[in-house]
Design a binder for this molecule. Structure first.
Ligand SMILES: *[C@@H]1O[C@H](CO)[C@@H](O)[C@H](O)[C@H]1NC(C)=O
Length: 94
């Protein structure tokens, strides 16, 4: 892999890691499974929906959008194809 692709992937991994850390920290506030279930219920804990929407979704979207446009389509497939089938093709080849 070329250097700029490595840096690009490292940035995406960092963004996803940050999102996952925040969500794990959210659930880590209790060891009680019943309380954990409530922590995951966005109508009881709106904060969890906020964490997912604000941090995890943009990180995943960045992986899919930028990853496919700048990296997967050109480097792995070698040509641009229509989304979203290329997402499936690319992820199976990865
Ligand atoms: C989430 O909490 C609400 C309010 O207590 C409850 O009505 C609902 O059934 C819960 N949802 C889940 C998936 O447990």
């Amino acid at each position: 892999m070329t250097c700029h692709i490595r840096l690009f992937l490292a940035g995406l991994v960092k963004a996803v890691n940050t999102a996952v850390d925040l969500i794990v920290a959210h659930f880590g506030t209790s060891r009680d499974p019943g309380v954990k279930a409530k922590l995951g219920n966005s109508s009881v804990s709106p904060n969890v929906g906020h964490l997912v929407l604000k941090y995890l979704c943009p990180a995943v979207r960045a992986v899919l959008e930028d990853g496919l446009k700048a990296f997967v389509l050109d480097v792995i497939i070698g040509q641009r194809k229509n989304m979203p089938w290329s997402v499936v093709e690319a992820s199976t080849q990865l």
